[in-house]
Write a protein that binds this ligand. Structure first.
Ligand SMILES: [Zn+2]
Length: 163
């Protein structure tokens, strides 16, 4: 057996792009039920321990953002509010509420797809994830699969306007 064959997973499985594709799959679940397509996954040790997609309309809950749902699920999975050694992948830059929850849950890393010029608090309008006065700061990686994440949203709103 060659060394390549012995590798249990292709290297791509572990890339930021791989996990962002999983977040995009979550976003598509939102789109399928008429919600704004935003999705998130939380990864620990190369395993998804939390998933979420936007459910604001369905649940009539302004806090039902993809990240909030994924954070709750990951905390349940870990039996802990601290999401140590976890990475959150989300298709859209986090809003102030989600950035706050990310800081509260001590997430070490956030990887997002496309910037949000209207609510982005991971560097666009402000940077709550790397605020030196807070007791926790998060590593931020921006623009992973940016075009895919961005067109998911622009296509959705274009179809909405046509209706
Ligand atoms: Zn949010």
């Amino acid at each position: 057996m060659t060394e390549t064959e012995a590798t249990p997973f292709p290297a791509e499985r572990y890339s930021d792009e791989y996990w962002m594709r999983q977040a995009i799959e979550e976003a598509k679940k939102a789109e399928a039920i008429g919600e704004v397509p935003i999705g998130a996954v939380i990864v620990k040790n190369n395993e998804i321990i939390g998933r979420g997609y936007n459910l604001r309309e369905t649940t009539h809950d302004s806090t039902a953002h993809a990240e909030m749902i994924a954070i709750r699920q990951a905390s349940e999975h870990l039996d802990a509010w601290r999401l140590l050694d976890c990475r959150l992948y989300v298709t859209l830059e986090p809003c102030p509420m989600c950035a706050g929850a990310i800081v509260q849950s001590r997430l070490p890393a956030v990887i997002y797809g496309t910037t949000d010029p209207k609510a982005g608090c991971a560097g666009t309008l402000m940077n709550l994830l790397q605020e030196p006065r807070f007791n926790h700061r998060t590593e931020v990686v921006a623009n992973v699969l940016q075009e895919e994440c961005s067109s998911l949203l622009s296509d959705f709103f274009r179809r909405l306007r046509r209706k």
